[in-house]
Design a binder for this molecule. Sequence first.
Ligand SMILES: Cc1cc2nc3c(=O)[nH]c(=O)nc-3n(C[C@H](O)[C@H](O)[C@H](O)COP(=O)(O)OP(=O)(O)OC[C@H]3O[C@@H](n4cnc5c(N)ncnc54)[C@H](O)[C@@H]3O)c2cc1C
Length: 294
Amino acid sequence: MAVFSKIKGNYKKNFPLSKFTWFQTGGKAEFFYMPNHIEDLKSFLKKVKKIPIHIIGGGSNVLVRDGGVSGFVIKLGRGFDFIKLEDEYILCGASVKNINLSKTLAKNNIKGYEFLSTIPGTVGGCIFMNAGCFGNEIKNFIKSIIVINRNAKILELNKKSISFSYRSSGIKKNYFIIGAKLKLIPGQASVAKKKIKQLIAIRKKTQPIKSLTGGSTFLNPKTKKAWELIKKAGCEKFKVGDAEVSSKHNNFLINKGKASSSDLEMLGNKIKKKVFQKFGIKLNWEIKIIGSKK
Ligand SMILES: Cc1cc2nc3c(=O)[nH]c(=O)nc-3n(C[C@H](O)[C@H](O)[C@H](O)COP(=O)(O)OP(=O)(O)OC[C@H]3O[C@@H](n4cnc5c(N)ncnc54)[C@H](O)[C@@H]3O)c2cc1C
């Protein structure tokens, strides 16, 4: 692996990914790389041509299987953590935390981004997932996104060329989001800040945000709410090992402390089976499951 000796940035072998996921479960990345600068990432991609690469953001919607992930897992570092207010748009790096973006924009008299304060994770993950809540989705604020492909080529994708849909951006697996240009909507700092407080308070009441969780486990089927189907199918008290269904929000799974990723995946599959038996509706995972089983 001499090729890696020249890689700039933070590079580690057999790195435990549980440190970087909200569930705090799962195996190791065969190789883990945190580029701190775009030039580091470019030179890395030019060197690592054939090895699989998986990118994670804040790890708030990911379940890493216990057998770990082969190849590279990358997580963008501090050089991708910037917010610049330009005249007609906001330029934002992909590793900016949603909550920081939301609060910074509110402080700068820019409105619309208050909902993001309640969604964990980073701007890159948020765009990839087209995350949303309180009737809003990140797609509503995108002008363009900036990606780097496996050949280290940087591309700016206009919003029209991106197939955003419910919890999906349709962005190809070999594109890594490095930043975005976002809409600049003038507002009033005091109003935006107040709204952020209100939305966070609602979240605290309705979601287990202090628990080890991966957010919504399943996508809502077209005309139903996943949590309601789970509740009505009688899965509320389902458990596998230390993996449980949240009593606050039945579409959230929780690691009570010692759950493995396998416990969480088995619990999810048990719920899927029960909901299908009861209603004939197939639930699909919203959580991205990566890696191999032990
Ligand atoms: C308590 C809690 C509440 C939540 N509430 C909501 C909610 O209200 N609405 C909602 O939509 N989601 C919610 N989620 C889910 C999650 O926070 C969002 O999906 C979030 O946008 C994921 O961002 P992340 O940075 O953590 O991405 P990760 O979880 O690390 O990754 C998610 C996916 O995005 C991809 N990805 C990450 N970064 C990049 C990048 N730079 N380039 C390309 N692909 C990338 C990953 O490969 C993976 O497939 C919640 C989660 C938790 C734990």
